[in-house]
Design a protein around this ligand. Structure first.
Ligand code: GAR
Length: 217
């Protein structure tokens, strides 16, 4: 069967992108990454993608000034030109217009470094520590117009330690991110995820264990 064609959108180092690329190397993986797109010309992840022989493109948001719609249209045209089936946001730090999100409805995934709906936005690890959270983690979800919302596909959790620093916690969450994003993409690419009333079902069933990853602390 033809593999699902995926574009990964990045703004930085691209470690989640790299985890997705590694996963796609398994012969039975149902998706292939055919495009890595960045809004930042010197995003570190672009070099990684090029070394892997993956097409890269840059759409510099600064060139569009305040015209978010034109920026999103330029990205959409590239995605269509590459016959993309699914979009994975992986540290892509631009807000997207509702029009663009609508065009990719239930075909665009995001990873967020917190257990949504807690800690939307930036500085999630710092805020989790300040809130004395005992459990923290990461979420893969479908993108909807509201930022860091949308049906959860998979979450992974880590225990927060009393002596945690922001960087130590971030590093443990990142290892979870690198595990759940490829798993979530696999489920979606296999066509096993449906959204009913704002909730993801896997194989038509609610809340299976497949949607949760809790590695030992
Ligand atoms: C990741 O931790 C990702 O969850 C986060 O940015 C980092 C990107 O790292 N995304 C967001 O904060 C989106 N709101 P990476 O470039 O190494 O994948």
């Amino acid at each position: 069967m033809a593999k699902t064609r995926v574009a990964v959108l990045i703004s930085g180092r691209g470690s989640n992108m790299a985890a997705l690329i590694e996963a796609t190397k398994a012969p039975d993986y149902p998706a292939e990454i055919v495009l890595v797109l960045s809004n930042i010309a010197d995003a570190g992840g672009l070099d990684t993608a090029r070394r892997e022989g993956i097409d890269t493109a840059v759409v510099d948001h600064k060139a569009f000034g305040k015209d978010r719609a034109a920026f999103d249209r330029a990205m959409h045209e590239l995605l269509v030109a590459h016959k993309i089936d699914l979009v994975c946001l992986a540290g892509f730090m631009r807000l997207l217009t509702p029009e663009f999100v609508g065009l990719w409805s239930e075909r665009m995934l995001n990873i967020h470094p917190a257990l949504l709906p807690s800690f939307k936005g930036l500085d999630t690890h710092k805020r989790a520590l300040e809130a004395h959270a005992k459990v923290h983690g990461a979420t893969v979800h479908f993108v909807v117009p509201e930022m860091d919302a949308g049906p959860t596909i998979m979450q992974g959790a880590v225990a927060v330690r009393d002596d945690d620093s922001e960087s130590a916690l971030a590093a443990r969450v990142l290892t979870v991110e690198h595990r759940i994003y490829p798993e979530a993409l696999r489920l979606v690419a296999e066509g096993r995820v449906t959204v009913v009333d704002g909730r993801c079902l896997i194989d038509g069933k609610p809340v299976p264990d497949a949607g949760t990853l809790m590695p030992p602390a």
